[in-house]
Design a protein around this ligand. Structure first.
Ligand SMILES: [Fe+2]
Length: 218
Protein backbone atom coordinates (compact mmCIF):
# COMPACT_ATOMS: atom_id res chain seq x y z
CA UNK A 1 0.00 0.00 0.00
CA UNK A 2 1.48 3.38 -1.00
CA UNK A 3 1.53 6.05 1.75
CA UNK A 4 2.77 8.89 -0.51
CA UNK A 5 5.45 10.26 1.75
CA UNK A 6 8.73 11.69 0.49
CA UNK A 7 10.48 9.05 2.52
CA UNK A 8 8.71 6.37 0.56
CA UNK A 9 9.82 8.02 -2.68
CA UNK A 10 13.44 7.99 -1.52
CA UNK A 11 13.17 4.31 -0.54
CA UNK A 12 11.88 3.50 -4.03
CA UNK A 13 14.71 5.45 -5.70
CA UNK A 14 17.62 4.38 -3.48
CA UNK A 15 18.22 0.91 -5.01
CA UNK A 16 18.29 2.51 -8.46
CA UNK A 17 20.93 5.11 -7.59
CA UNK A 18 18.48 7.97 -8.19
CA UNK A 19 18.60 9.85 -4.89
CA UNK A 20 20.89 12.54 -6.33
CA UNK A 21 18.55 12.97 -9.28
CA UNK A 22 15.62 13.39 -6.90
CA UNK A 23 17.46 15.93 -4.73
CA UNK A 24 18.28 17.91 -7.90
CA UNK A 25 14.68 17.60 -9.09
CA UNK A 26 13.23 18.76 -5.76
CA UNK A 27 15.59 21.74 -5.54
CA UNK A 28 15.42 22.93 -9.14
CA UNK A 29 11.95 22.24 -10.48
CA UNK A 30 10.41 25.61 -11.44
CA UNK A 31 6.93 24.08 -11.38
CA UNK A 32 7.29 22.69 -7.85
CA UNK A 33 4.39 24.74 -6.50
CA UNK A 34 1.91 24.58 -9.35
CA UNK A 35 -1.66 23.73 -8.34
CA UNK A 36 -1.52 20.31 -10.04
CA UNK A 37 1.75 19.61 -11.91
CA UNK A 38 3.71 20.01 -8.69
CA UNK A 39 6.08 17.91 -6.58
CA UNK A 40 3.18 15.96 -5.10
CA UNK A 41 2.08 14.87 -8.58
CA UNK A 42 5.64 13.92 -9.58
CA UNK A 43 6.18 11.91 -6.40
CA UNK A 44 2.84 10.15 -6.83
CA UNK A 45 3.76 9.15 -10.39
CA UNK A 46 7.21 7.92 -9.25
CA UNK A 47 5.63 5.74 -6.56
CA UNK A 48 3.00 4.36 -8.89
CA UNK A 49 5.65 3.60 -11.53
CA UNK A 50 7.71 1.80 -8.89
CA UNK A 51 4.65 -0.19 -7.85
CA UNK A 52 3.81 -1.02 -11.49
CA UNK A 53 7.41 -2.00 -12.33
CA UNK A 54 7.53 -4.40 -9.36
CA UNK A 55 4.19 -6.00 -10.11
CA UNK A 56 4.82 -6.30 -13.85
CA UNK A 57 8.36 -7.65 -13.40
CA UNK A 58 10.01 -4.86 -15.39
CA UNK A 59 13.78 -5.32 -15.86
CA UNK A 60 16.24 -3.44 -13.66
CA UNK A 61 17.64 -1.16 -16.38
CA UNK A 62 14.17 -0.33 -17.70
CA UNK A 63 12.92 0.38 -14.17
CA UNK A 64 15.75 2.87 -13.62
CA UNK A 65 14.89 4.75 -16.83
CA UNK A 66 11.19 4.58 -15.97
CA UNK A 67 11.68 6.11 -12.52
CA UNK A 68 13.96 8.85 -13.82
CA UNK A 69 11.52 9.67 -16.61
CA UNK A 70 8.60 9.65 -14.15
CA UNK A 71 10.50 12.12 -11.96
CA UNK A 72 11.10 14.59 -14.80
CA UNK A 73 7.96 14.02 -16.88
CA UNK A 74 6.34 17.31 -15.79
CA UNK A 75 9.54 19.22 -14.88
CA UNK A 76 9.09 22.95 -15.57
CA UNK A 77 5.45 22.41 -16.55
CA UNK A 78 3.69 25.64 -17.46
CA UNK A 79 0.49 24.93 -15.53
CA UNK A 80 -1.70 25.71 -18.54
CA UNK A 81 0.28 28.65 -19.98
CA UNK A 82 1.90 26.74 -22.84
CA UNK A 83 1.05 23.79 -25.09
CA UNK A 84 1.90 20.30 -23.91
CA UNK A 85 4.48 19.95 -26.69
CA UNK A 86 6.25 22.91 -25.06
CA UNK A 87 5.82 21.35 -21.61
CA UNK A 88 7.40 18.12 -22.84
CA UNK A 89 10.31 20.01 -24.42
CA UNK A 90 10.94 21.79 -21.09
CA UNK A 91 10.77 18.49 -19.19
CA UNK A 92 13.24 16.83 -21.58
CA UNK A 93 15.57 19.79 -21.22
CA UNK A 94 15.47 19.49 -17.39
CA UNK A 95 16.18 15.77 -17.65
CA UNK A 96 19.10 16.42 -20.00
CA UNK A 97 20.53 19.03 -17.62
CA UNK A 98 20.61 16.55 -14.76
CA UNK A 99 22.08 13.82 -16.97
CA UNK A 100 24.85 16.18 -18.17
CA UNK A 101 25.63 17.34 -14.62
CA UNK A 102 25.73 13.83 -13.21
CA UNK A 103 27.44 12.11 -16.13
CA UNK A 104 24.54 9.67 -16.51
CA UNK A 105 25.06 6.98 -19.18
CA UNK A 106 23.51 7.76 -22.60
CA UNK A 107 21.24 4.70 -22.36
CA UNK A 108 19.65 6.00 -19.16
CA UNK A 109 19.00 9.41 -20.70
CA UNK A 110 17.56 7.90 -23.88
CA UNK A 111 15.25 5.56 -21.95
CA UNK A 112 14.04 8.31 -19.61
CA UNK A 113 13.51 10.69 -22.54
CA UNK A 114 11.16 8.18 -24.17
CA UNK A 115 9.26 7.92 -20.88
CA UNK A 116 8.83 11.70 -20.67
CA UNK A 117 7.70 12.00 -24.31
CA UNK A 118 5.04 9.29 -24.10
CA UNK A 119 3.22 11.30 -21.39
CA UNK A 120 2.34 14.10 -23.84
CA UNK A 121 -1.35 14.88 -23.31
CA UNK A 122 -3.69 14.54 -25.14
CA UNK A 123 -2.02 11.23 -25.94
CA UNK A 124 -0.81 10.81 -29.52
CA UNK A 125 1.26 7.63 -29.71
CA UNK A 126 0.60 4.20 -28.30
CA UNK A 127 3.16 3.05 -25.74
CA UNK A 128 5.88 0.99 -27.42
CA UNK A 129 7.21 -0.87 -24.36
CA UNK A 130 6.09 -2.14 -20.98
CA UNK A 131 7.81 0.81 -19.27
CA UNK A 132 5.88 3.24 -21.48
CA UNK A 133 2.63 1.43 -20.66
CA UNK A 134 3.37 1.74 -16.95
CA UNK A 135 4.01 5.51 -17.03
CA UNK A 136 0.89 6.12 -19.12
CA UNK A 137 -1.17 4.22 -16.55
CA UNK A 138 0.63 5.79 -13.59
CA UNK A 139 0.13 9.34 -14.88
CA UNK A 140 -3.65 8.80 -14.65
CA UNK A 141 -3.59 7.58 -11.03
CA UNK A 142 -3.53 10.87 -9.14
CA UNK A 143 -6.92 9.95 -7.73
CA UNK A 144 -5.37 7.09 -5.75
CA UNK A 145 -3.31 9.54 -3.68
CA UNK A 146 -4.69 10.90 -0.37
CA UNK A 147 -4.76 14.52 -1.57
CA UNK A 148 -6.66 13.80 -4.75
CA UNK A 149 -9.53 16.20 -4.08
CA UNK A 150 -7.18 19.15 -3.58
CA UNK A 151 -5.05 18.08 -6.55
CA UNK A 152 -7.81 17.35 -9.07
CA UNK A 153 -10.91 19.32 -8.10
CA UNK A 154 -8.82 22.30 -6.95
CA UNK A 155 -5.42 22.24 -8.66
CA UNK A 156 -6.15 20.67 -12.02
CA UNK A 157 -9.25 22.85 -12.31
CA UNK A 158 -7.17 25.99 -11.77
CA UNK A 159 -4.68 24.94 -14.44
CA UNK A 160 -7.53 24.09 -16.85
CA UNK A 161 -9.02 27.57 -16.30
CA UNK A 162 -5.70 29.02 -17.45
CA UNK A 163 -5.31 26.75 -20.48
CA UNK A 164 -8.92 27.28 -21.59
CA UNK A 165 -8.98 30.98 -20.72
CA UNK A 166 -12.31 30.77 -18.92
CA UNK A 167 -13.76 29.98 -15.51
CA UNK A 168 -14.47 26.31 -14.84
CA UNK A 169 -16.74 25.88 -11.84
CA UNK A 170 -16.60 22.94 -9.46
CA UNK A 171 -19.76 21.34 -10.94
CA UNK A 172 -18.29 21.46 -14.44
CA UNK A 173 -14.99 20.08 -13.14
CA UNK A 174 -16.79 17.17 -11.53
CA UNK A 175 -18.55 16.44 -14.84
CA UNK A 176 -15.20 16.59 -16.70
CA UNK A 177 -13.54 14.29 -14.16
CA UNK A 178 -16.39 11.77 -14.38
CA UNK A 179 -16.21 11.80 -18.19
CA UNK A 180 -12.46 11.23 -18.02
CA UNK A 181 -12.81 8.39 -15.51
CA UNK A 182 -15.52 6.66 -17.48
CA UNK A 183 -13.34 6.73 -20.63
CA UNK A 184 -10.01 5.52 -19.25
CA UNK A 185 -8.42 2.54 -21.00
CA UNK A 186 -5.66 0.94 -18.95
CA UNK A 187 -2.70 -0.72 -20.63
CA UNK A 188 -1.28 -3.00 -17.94
CA UNK A 189 -2.81 -5.83 -15.91
CA UNK A 190 -1.41 -4.01 -12.85
CA UNK A 191 -3.50 -0.90 -13.57
CA UNK A 192 -6.58 -2.96 -14.49
CA UNK A 193 -6.36 -4.83 -11.20
CA UNK A 194 -6.10 -1.57 -9.25
CA UNK A 195 -9.04 -0.07 -11.15
CA UNK A 196 -11.22 -3.13 -10.54
CA UNK A 197 -10.69 -2.63 -6.82
CA UNK A 198 -11.20 1.13 -6.61
CA UNK A 199 -12.34 2.96 -9.74
CA UNK A 200 -16.12 2.52 -9.39
CA UNK A 201 -16.13 3.54 -5.73
CA UNK A 202 -14.09 6.66 -6.55
CA UNK A 203 -16.57 7.53 -9.31
CA UNK A 204 -19.31 7.14 -6.69
CA UNK A 205 -17.44 9.47 -4.32
CA UNK A 206 -17.15 12.15 -6.98
CA UNK A 207 -20.83 11.82 -7.87
CA UNK A 208 -21.68 12.29 -4.20
CA UNK A 209 -19.57 15.45 -4.00
CA UNK A 210 -21.43 16.76 -7.06
CA UNK A 211 -24.82 15.91 -5.57
CA UNK A 212 -23.94 17.58 -2.27
CA UNK A 213 -23.10 20.77 -4.16
CA UNK A 214 -26.06 20.57 -6.47
CA UNK A 215 -28.80 18.46 -4.82
CA UNK A 216 -31.28 16.70 -7.09
CA UNK A 217 -34.75 17.96 -6.20
CA UNK A 218 -37.81 15.80 -5.69
FE1 LIG B 1 1.88 13.97 -15.15
Amino acid sequence: MIAFSENEVREALLPHGLLDAHAYFMANNPSAHLPYHNLYHANTVILHCHDGAMEMGLGRKETRSLLLGAMFHDFAHSGGNRTDDENIAAAVSGLESWCRKSGAPPGLLEGARRIVRITRFPHLDRPASLAEEIIRDADLMQIYAPEWQKQILGGLRRELCISEGREIGIIEMIALQLKFMEGVNWYTSWAKRKAEAKWESLIGEIRLIGESLCPVSG
